[in-house]
Design a protein around this ligand. Structure first.
Ligand SMILES: [Zn+2]
Ligand SMILES: [Zn+2]
Length: 334
């Protein structure tokens, strides 16, 4: 299976936490957390359509300014999601600059901001043309765990405890479409951008009887196939990929239960491990996990693969101890 999402941590384990998630063959990405993002080239940042912020401690949100600066004047509506208090946090950031020159921009950037509460969300837009002043009341909507639902995937959140509410985040494909190479060959077709349209048609539950066109550069007229019949020949459907990101959480029964359920059967779980188990008391005081706790939670969630990050700087040069501790805990619990 060739995964659709190619997540990567923005930094090594001591840097600001953050997961960049580009999509295969698309100029599109999601990002979980906006800490220091200077390591990401502008070309990557401009692929981001939606940013999801676990909480607004500085190491998770200081990159907002860089992203905003890059987005100004571009033809894009940008969506941001964050925990309770997020609308004020974003408004506060926006109020920190003078916007008297915004009329010079060709395109008016609109920020679509969602604040997530346990059973409702608050949504508000901030438009560059209005100098980012919120122009009407926030819209309240019920929240059932899903923040973004598109035909191909959804992004979910769970409210966790970090002494303040902190979002656990997950992206899951609805199902995965594997392209059968021999099937293409038998029909004399070459892979190309048309496969993205083909997949999109399947995700959108397009009528299988519809005629689907495969355009080939060397041919003037496209080949036409009945969508359902083409799918039978060239596509194999398997369960969708699931990526989960958990950071800045205390090890407590309530959190652990929520994390295990939320991260259940992740293909890849990214989970913080700020401390070693020997410093468990400190981890508890700071509302963070130890490497051992991270490994145990990864096993409890039956994550196929997991990565730890957000190490305390006190362990510089001792990274291997954290990796070893997490790995042993994971294997010990399986
Ligand atoms: Zn943090
Ligand atoms: Zn934090």
């Amino acid at each position: 299976m060739r995964p659709s999402f190619h997540p990567r941590l923005i930094h090594g384990p001591f840097g600001d936490p953050g997961l960049f998630i580009p999509f295969l063959f698309q100029k599109r990405a999601l990002i979980f957390d906006l800490g220091d993002i200077n390591g990401l080239p502008a070309g990557d940042l401009l692929k981001i359509s939606h940013a999801f912020i676990t909480h607004t401690h500085m190491d998770h949100f200081i990159g907002f300014d860089r992203l905003l600066r890059l987005l100004l004047g571009r033809e894009i509506n940008f969506s941001l999601f964050g925990p309770p208090g997020f609308l004020s946090n974003v408004a506060g950031k926006l109020a920190g600059y003078a916007w008297n020159l915004v009329d010079n921009f060709n395109y008016p950037l609109i920020l679509q901001v969602t604040e997530v509460h346990p059973d409702f969300t608050l949504y508000r837009t901030y438009c560059c043309r209005d100098r980012f002043e919120p122009n009407r009341e926030a819209i309240r909507r019920p929240f059932n765990g899903v923040l973004l639902a598109e035909p191909a995937f959804k992004v979910s959140a769970a409210l966790l405890d970090h002494k303040i509410p902190c979002l656990g985040l997950s992206v899951k494909e609805r199902f995965h479409i594997n392209i059968i190479k021999d099937g293409l060959k038998n029909l004399g077709l070459e892979p190309g951008p048309w496969l993205t349209d083909f997949k999109q048609a399947l995700y959108s539950r397009t009528d299988p009887a519809v005629q689907f066109e495969v355009k080939r550069p060397e041919q003037k007229a496209p080949n036409r196939y009945e969508l359902g019949k083409l799918a039978e020949r060239i596509a194999k459907i398997t369960p969708g990929q699931k990526i989960t990101y958990i950071t800045d959480v205390v090890y407590s029964d309530a959190n652990n239960e929520k994390i295990a359920a939320f991260a259940k059967d992740s293909d890849h779980l990214y989970i913080e491990a700020a401390f070693l188990e020997k410093d468990q008391a400190m981890a508890g005081e700071k509302y963070h996990l130890t490497a051992r706790q991270a490994g145990e939670l990864a096993a409890r969630a039956a994550a196929r693969q997991f990565s730890i990050f957000h190490f305390s700087p006190r362990y510089l040069g001792q990274e291997s101890l954290l990796y070893q501790e997490a790995s042993e805990a994971y294997k010990g619990c399986l």
